[in-house]
Design a protein around this ligand. Sequence first.
Ligand SMILES: Nc1ncnc2c1ncn2[C@@H]1O[C@H](COP(=O)(O)OP(=O)(O)OP(=O)(O)O)[C@@H](O)[C@H]1O
Length: 372
Amino acid sequence: MSTIKAYTLQGHFDEIFYNALRPLQSAMKRQSCISAFVFACQFSFTYILIAITLHIGKIMMLSNEITPFDYLRVVLLTQFGANFISQLIASVSDLTRARVASENILSVMNEPPTDMDNLTDEGLRPKVIGRISLQNVEFRYPSRPIVPILKNLTIQVAPGQSVAIVGPSGSGKSSIISMFHRMYTPTKGQVMLDNYNVKSINPNYLRRVVVSVSQEPNLFSFTIKENITYGLCDDEYNMEKIIKAAKIAHIHDFITSLPNGYETEVGEFGAQLSGGQKQRIAIARAMIRDPKVLLLDEATAALDATSEKAVQTALDSVKKQCTIVHVAHRLSSIRKVDKIIVLVDGEIAEEGTHQELMASKGLYYEMNQLET
Ligand SMILES: Nc1ncnc2c1ncn2[C@@H]1O[C@H](COP(=O)(O)OP(=O)(O)OP(=O)(O)O)[C@@H](O)[C@H]1O
């Protein structure tokens, strides 16, 4: 909304909205006419039938063909019968609607499970130490199958190692992150967690051990505490663990400064928090899961320098406890990682520590020069 206001695009979007609603408006008008007609028929039928019964009954009673008691009986029966039939007429349209709705629901339920079925109980749940790798991976997005994004890429990350992936925009850094927690599967090659192909691991379990924090974390319209613990079973967390995770993410002091502390509602999509605060809550949400592999996709990009330094210190402290794969634009944030991979067009252009890459005076060196 603020972008629309800032660029005074209200009129433009008003028109788009109106045009989008116009077909719906005519459909609704047609449906209202049909409903009004059915409603009119339904009630006219009842009252016309009762009127006819009363009229004929009166004539027959006056000519002594029926007794007043028979007359009353017929009138009451007609009324009940007519009510019943009119309700039946009304439920015909409900039945039609229910049939269409059930067809829609069944078509979704009967959809054959895809390779990435999140709800399946199938798959392995192995104990892993956090060695993660891409082996000769080629990847194309299903919507653009002719464009290879990752090209025969091999990356090995040892348990407890921290690796940063840097490179020009569009080189495929985030796509690698999607591979690691199986948001997408490679077109060729394989993604391994320890000695297991991630395809063989239960998707829910995989995302419990390989946890990602993205640049734009989505918070739910719940309390801070619920956002941190969302998806965990009751016996998997307690207040001590929540506070520990919040301290790692450097957000505990902020949370306790709020009048309702951890019970503060964050609003829809975390509307009542700044970008940096949302980001740190998302990091706490990742840390409470005690991940074996932590994927950070520009996770510190929205933070101010002070918050970034604080989160960086926190991430340094969890180093060695879990494997970290860090996608970063700001090169100053990844100097201390064990290995830096420079990606260009879906291929590795350079690989090494900060010192090694600076000494080789290649692309990484140039990127650093530009940043400073
Ligand atoms: N869902 C998608 N469908 C089709 N193409 C996509 C999709 N997501 C990304 N791409 C394309 O894949 C390429 C690599 O994108 P990716 O986001 O992995 O790059 P990146 O290096 O992380 O970029 P940035 O640094 O700008 O975030 C880009 O050309 C992008 O347009």
